[in-house]
Design a binder for this molecule. Structure first.
Ligand code: PHB
Length: 398
């Protein structure tokens, strides 16, 4: 027996799921969105902080509050540092685009608040959510509410936006999907600290001690990362050790000194590149991390999730109205961008990190690779175009 019936049932209320629900609301479709986490818990999860211009346009919509425009910070370039030199890559000059620093917590906050405002059906803290009957005309989802009651919601389509450990993905028969992945021999040690910004833009540094990234959150909270062994215990590092390590990795002739302060969060982030192909099976569609993950070096994860739902929303809307041509193209359209982002994330990661087993040939070649970027306007433009994001691919039907 069903409790209700909607056009689209979405498992996962992170940025991909909630943004999709908003886009479908604008198309006049009904949705239910469920998540095993609590609203506060999702809000507190620290993830990436860089938005491509296309992601900003989506969030800047007035029915989502447009906070990204008042609270986000436009960044027109990055500082690439290696061999003690600093090189500014000027996105605006090279490709006429910028990115915005606007943390994922804020993205979630805006989407969740707007969902309350528009009285959308979003249910947090559910358990055992999974898709039902996805190869029938009448699929749905089953879940248990936080008060213990079991629910079934029937829908025309089910969307799995349930993150990298997706239950929905596993509902696709194994012989109907291919998983491609690679792993990396390093991870990131990420910190949040109460401190003033050390630089106006993000610093991506390769040093013989490994990679470091100096990012920001606000005028008094900073986000930084440094390459570490995946088995590192974050609690074994004192604040002083962390600041010393970061400082050594960004040292250069400009004598840039990091502004330090108390560190209030330390985490080790493991890296994996992963793609599930196709991203749709019958009445089940995947979006965001459920279908693909990238290492964080290119800041593409959240942007890819938003790009997926930008393609998916009009496709679902016309499928619900009886024309599934766009939906039939969804997987190949989305995967085309996904693989560009996989390539970019892999390239940036390889170029900027120090493999623990690296040969002298590999180190010198990396230097050659970095020089091919910074010494050439075309090399810089290649990086700038990828970092700021590709235009959407026009669809052929619909
Ligand atoms: C961040 O601010 O968390 C961040 C920025 C850029 C990246 C990754 C993470 O490439």
């Amino acid at each position: 027996m069903s409790d209700r019936s909607v056009d689209v049932a979405i498992i996962g209320a992170g940025p991909a799921g909630l943004m999709l629900a908003h886009l479908l609301r604008r198309e006049g479709l009904s949705t239910v969105t469920v998540d095993s986490r609590g609203e506060e818990e999702i809000h507190r999860t620290h993830r990436a902080g860089i938005l491509e211009h296309a992601s900003v346009e989506m969030l800047a919509h007035e029915d989502l509050g447009s906070r990204v425009l008042s609270e986000g910070h436009r960044h027109d370039g990055i500082d690439l540092r290696f061999d003690g030199e600093s090189h500014r890559v000027d996105f605006r000059e090279l490709v006429g685009e910028s990115v915005w620093l606007y943390p994922q917590n804020e993205v979630f906050h805006d989407l969740a608040s707007a969902a309350h405002h528009h009285t959308m059906d979003v249910r947090y803290e559910v358990s055992e959510a999974h898709p039902l009957d996805i190869d029938s005309e009448n699929p749905g989802i089953r879940f248990v509410e936080s008060d213990g009651s079991s629910r079934v919601v029937r829908a025309r389509y089910v969307v799995g936006a349930d993150g990298s450990r997706s239950v929905c993905r596993n509902a696709i028969p194994e012989h109907r999907r291919t998983h491609s992945s690679t792993t990396y021999p390093f991870a990131w040690f990420g910190i949040l600290a109460t401190a003033a910004p050390s630089a106006p833009e993000l610093i991506y540094a390769r040093s013989p001690r490994g990679f470091a990234l100096i990012s920001q959150r606000s005028a008094d909270v900073q986000r930084m990362y440094f390459q570490c062994d995946p088995d590192t215990d974050p609690d074994a590092w004192s604040d002083e050790d962390i600041w010393n390590e970061l400082q050594k990795r960004i040292d250069g002739p400009d004598h840039l000194e990091l502004k330090t302060g108390p560190i209030f969060e330390k985490t080790v982030l493991k890296f994996r590149s992963f793609v599930c192909d196709p991203m749709r099976y019958e009445r089940l569609v995947l979006a965001g991390d459920a279908a693909h993950t990238v290492p964080p070096t290119g800041a593409k994860g959240l942007n890819l999730a938003l790009a997926d739902v930008r393609v998916l929303a009009p496709a679902l809307a016309s499928a619900v109205r009886g024309n599934s041509a766009l939906l039939d193209e969804y997987s190949s359209t989305a995967l085309s961008r996904v693989w560009k982002a996989q390539n970019f994330s892999y390239w940036m990661t390889g170029m900027l990190h120090q493999d623990p087993e690296e040969s002298t040939f590999a180190s010198a070649r990396h230097r050659g690779e970095l020089r091919s970027v910074v010494d050439s306007v075309h090399g810089q433009a290649f990086l700038a175009e990828q970092y700021t994001g590709w235009p959407d691919i026009p669809t052929t039907s619909g």
